[in-house]
Design a protein. Structure first.
Length: 601
């Protein structure tokens, strides 16, 4: 352990609804930094989550609890709370306690009553999505209470992620349990809700009545819980400065400390390895592009750049709308310039599908048939080329296929069989929604995949896996094969995707409204090859944003191969700034600060 900050706590308990329960981005935060916290706290680091049999399978290895936990678990069992102790099967193998809280459901109304009585959290009309984590969180509070009782000399810090775990912190405050607390919000609930509702969040932030807005948008229970947690924790933290700004106005509290998210860079390829992987995955993507477009028309695949965006289907929040508008402007610009470059832009955004378009399946099978036919004669072709060269002859079609003229005719017939009229589809699949917003916007902006278009669109509405039935590339493989990732987010408390993209040695665009973008903006300022471009969105109109993004996309399209490589190198260097080996010290500082406030000194 090369610790720059020494932890002062005797025990750290990290509480999250996503421990052994993958739901969203917090899961990535937990699993990527766990090994670092194990390095600091050794056997005194515990993660606490909910027990769901199906979710725990393959992630959780149950074990006999140590003696000092047995008494605690026995005491809780008398209250209907069953604890499962074991290891999380991730790097560092941290100790985990998963709580089965089903027998506590009968107390749900009493728990919500306590939230109102002590902190005026109005959850009378709360639904299952509020009640379930609150009942579990209450059980977590009881667990921590028993832990504190078992050894009154031990200084304990409990870190709670998001409002979903917050009932545990509230229980500790209500019962005056001597445990230091850190509350971390990864996004304000109300901020995300308002952004999803197309409210100009940052322009209106200072003028919003958060209390009234929460009721109007039916999130009062969660918002009030979040507000109480920000004020009642010993240390309140957010994952980024932009989320801290939201918290200041929506929760009425500035964060005491910022805890940026990181990655375990040791899990990612070196730049040299990434370069090799890029060539492999790019070849696989090019093959897909050939049977997607070439039945209709052809273009120079070696002069083709691969842009992409990936994420949840949030047109405005994720900047998908700006990406499409900028691609349309780029298309017109490249056509006007008579550019030889083609940009194929992937939109990897999952939605409900009926199935792969039949014409794509037919083209793929036809392409594979042609490829298989060539594989059968490849050795003969090599021999014919070698023979011609050694004999001083010019290599021609005639001497390549000297023994089998029919083979070449058959090959041409197979090629003709997959040829089609019309234009390639925008989307790879037939969708459930006939009015899909992404397709409608592409069509409305003139991104139609015509032969003359320099920007081609492939809307790929699936989660990327190595067995999705079409591209068959994993999330990381897909990113690795591309040239530029574009994440022009309007609302992004952190933004793991551009960081992961950089860690894979691929250049990307993020925005100054994302936590990651703001964290990096000084590092990339005035750089010729920034590696990660930070798009200015704060206090900018949509038109200004689209113009600026178009300029970035156009600049990148004009780069030479050497300039693209320089950007890839710089992107990988920037990713190293967000290695957990560097960033985990912020967590230790938060824990130590909470101890000082809770215990004094």
């Amino acid at each position: 352990m090369s610790a720059k900050v020494k932890p002062n706590a005797d025990c750290l308990v990290e509480v999250s609804w996503e421990v052994c329960n993958k739901v969203g981005g917090i899961y990535t935060v937990l699993i990527s930094k766990a090994a670092q916290l194990v390095n600091y706290y050794r056997d005194n680091y515990y993660l606490v989550g909910p027990f769901f049999t199906d979710k725990a399978k393959g992630e959780f290895q149950e074990e006999v609890p140590p003696d000092d936990w047995k008494g605690i678990f026995n005491a809780l069992e008398t209250e209907g709370i069953k604890c499962h102790y074991g290891k999380w099967l991730i790097e560092g193998e941290p100790a985990v306690i998963l709580i089965d809280f089903i027998n506590l459901w009968g107390q749900a109304d009493a728990i919500k009553g306590a939230l109102w009585d002590s902190f005026r959290i109005d959850s009378l009309g709360a639904g299952y999505d509020f009640t379930e984590p609150v009942v579990w969180g209450w059980a977590v509070g009881k667990l921590l209470e028993q832990l504190a009782k078992s050894n009154s000399e031990r200084k304990i810090v409990a870190q709670f992620h998001e409002w979903l775990s917050g009932a545990g912190l509230i229980y500790l405050k209500r019962q005056q349990v001597p445990v230091a607390t850190v509350f971390t919000t990864h996004a304000t609930l109300l901020g995300r809700t308002l952004a999803n509702s197309n409210v100009p969040l940052y322009a209106e932030l200072k003028n919003l009545n958060a209390y009234a807005e929460a009721y109007e948008h039916h999130v009062a229970d969660k918002h009030q819980m979040e507000t109480v947690l920000a004020h009642e924790s010993n240390v309140f933290s957010t994952v980024s400065a932009i989320t801290g700004l939201e918290a200041e106005y929506l929760l009425g509290k500035k964060p005491d400390i910022i805890l940026p998210n990181g990655l375990d860079l040791a899990k990612f390829p070196t730049f040299e390895e990434a370069a090799i992987k890029h060539n492999i995955e790019r070849t696989r993507i090019r093959e897909f592009i050939i049977y997607y477009f070439f039945p209709y028309y052809t273009f120079d695949i070696t002069e083709t750049l691969l842009y992409f965006t990936v994420g949840r289907y949030e047109m405005h929040n994720k900047g998908i709308d700006c990406f499409i508008q900028s691609l349309a402007a780029l298309n017109e610009q490249l056509k006007k310039e008579g550019s030889r470059k083609t940009v194929v832009a992937f939109i990897w955004v999952p939605t409900q599908i009926r199935g792969i378009k039949p014409e794509i399946i037919e083209a793929r099978e036809g392409y594979r048939d042609i490829k298989d036919s060539l594989e059968e004669v490849i050795e003969e072709l090599k021999e014919n080329i070698l023979d011609s060269l050694m004999a001083g002859e010019t290599v021609t079609q005639g001497n390549l296929f000297s023994h089998d003229k029919e083979f070449l005719r058959e090959l041409k017939r197979k090629v003709m069989k997959i040829k089609r009229k019309g234009i390639p589809p925008i989307c790879t699949h037939d969708l459930i929604d006939p009015n899909d917003a992404i397709i409608k916007m592409c069509e409305g902006m003139g991104l139609l995949n015509r032969e003359e278009d320099r920007v081609k669109i492939i809307y790929y509405p699936l989660y990327l896996t190595s067995s999705d039935g079409l591209l068959n590339l994993s999330y990381y493989e897909s990113i690795t094969g591309a040239h530029l990732g574009v994440f022009a987010s309007f609302y992004e408390p952190w933004g793991y995707t551009p960081l992961e993209t950089a860690a894979l040695g691929v250049a990307s665009v993020t925005s100054d409204l994302s936590g990651f973008g703001r964290y990096l903006q000084d590092e990339v300022k005035d750089k010729n090859e920034p590696g990660i471009f930070v798009l200015k969105r704060l206090n900018k109109t949509d038109a200004e944003v689209v113009n600026n993004l178009t300029s970035i996309l156009h600049t990148y399209a004009g780069y030479s191969r050497r300039e693209r490589i320089e950007n890839k190198i710089q992107a990988r260097k920037l990713a190293a700034l967000c290695d957990w080996q560097v960033l985990v010290d912020n967590y230790i500082q938060a824990h130590n600060q909470a101890l000082e406030r809770a215990y004094g000194g």
